[in-house]
Design a protein. Structure first.
Length: 275
């Protein structure tokens, strides 16, 4: 075989690999675009609605819609490598199954949004003014942040974070064929992510769930934990930040940057915003 023939054969052999790489790159790009759109829409919906810790959640349908888009904005950038890995393992190169995988991931977080709404509204009715900022709300917010810091150092957090940081074992052990199988795997992977991040999301409620600043802060912590090379640095670093915030919220809330103290900022109509 001549040198030119060998080069041609090599090029033919590499063509599918290049095509697959381009496909995965395009998939990651699409997820990042969806995340950017999610951020843009969430910023538009939440303008002027931050009332600090335990902000009222408004109507159920509106909150759930905002929550799902918020999760897409916050989570898709850090989960994109997992979706790309899943896409590389599928037999077919169609983007349908990977996108359904990502959709299943968001379905899992949508369930968390429903639970959060039920707990928040029920708690408000049962406890009422007891959780007001000038009574128990301040201490509950601080304790929530401290509790989230403690959870960062637990074995359960470590196991769940391992599944998020190294998803290959999860994908191999939970593999399901077909598009619906991809959605099922996305839901399962979302379950591990919930186990990893539920305390961070609870911290968002304690800081101001309608605050774009705190939403971006928690999203950055989630990405930091999943992507920084050292797992120990990720968990201990996040725990330290949460602990410091919890103590400040309890003893010196005015010292927390971008923190809205309930009753001191402008109140907003929490009804759905018309398109």
């Amino acid at each position: 075989m001549t040198v030119s023939a060998q080069k041609s054969a090599s090029a033919v052999g590499l063509a599918p690999a290049y095509a697959a790489a381009r496909s995965r790159l395009g998939l990651v790009g699409l997820l990042l675009v969806l995340a950017v759109v999610g951020w843009w829409w969430t910023v538009d919906q939440m303008q002027g609605m931050d009332d600090g810790p335990w902000t009222a959640l408004g109507a159920f349908a509106w909150f759930l819609a905002v929550w799902v888009v918020m999760m897409a904005a916050m989570m898709l950038p850090s989960v994109a490598p997992t979706v790309a890995l899943y896409a590389s393992m599928t037999k077919r190169r169609s983007p349908v199954a990977p996108l359904l995988f990502a959709m299943g991931y968001l379905v899992a977080w949508a369930v968390v949004g429903v639970v959060a709404f039920v707990v928040a509204t029920s708690g408000g009715r049962v406890f009422g003014d007891v959780l007001a900022w000038d009574r128990g709300g301040r201490w509950l917010a601080g304790a929530t942040l401290v509790g989230a810091a403690v959870y960062e150092l637990t074995p359960l957090k470590d196991v769940c974070l391992g599944k998020c940081r190294s998803p290959l074992g999860f994908l191999l052990g939970s593999w399901r064929e077909g598009a619906l199988g991809g959605m099922s795997m996305g839901i399962r992977h979302g379950g591990w992510c919930i186990g990893c991040c539920w305390a961070l999301m609870l911290s968002l409620f304690a800081l101001g769930v309608m605050s774009i600043v705190w939403m971006a802060f928690v999203a950055a912590l989630i990405a930091f934990e999943k992507l920084v090379p050292s797992r120990r640095a990720a968990t201990y670093g996040t725990a330290g930040v949460l602990l410091a915030l919890g103590v400040l919220v309890m003893v010196a809330p005015d010292a927390v940057p971008a923190f809205t103290i309930p009753g001191t900022g402008s109140m907003s109509d929490m009804s759905p915003i018309a398109p």
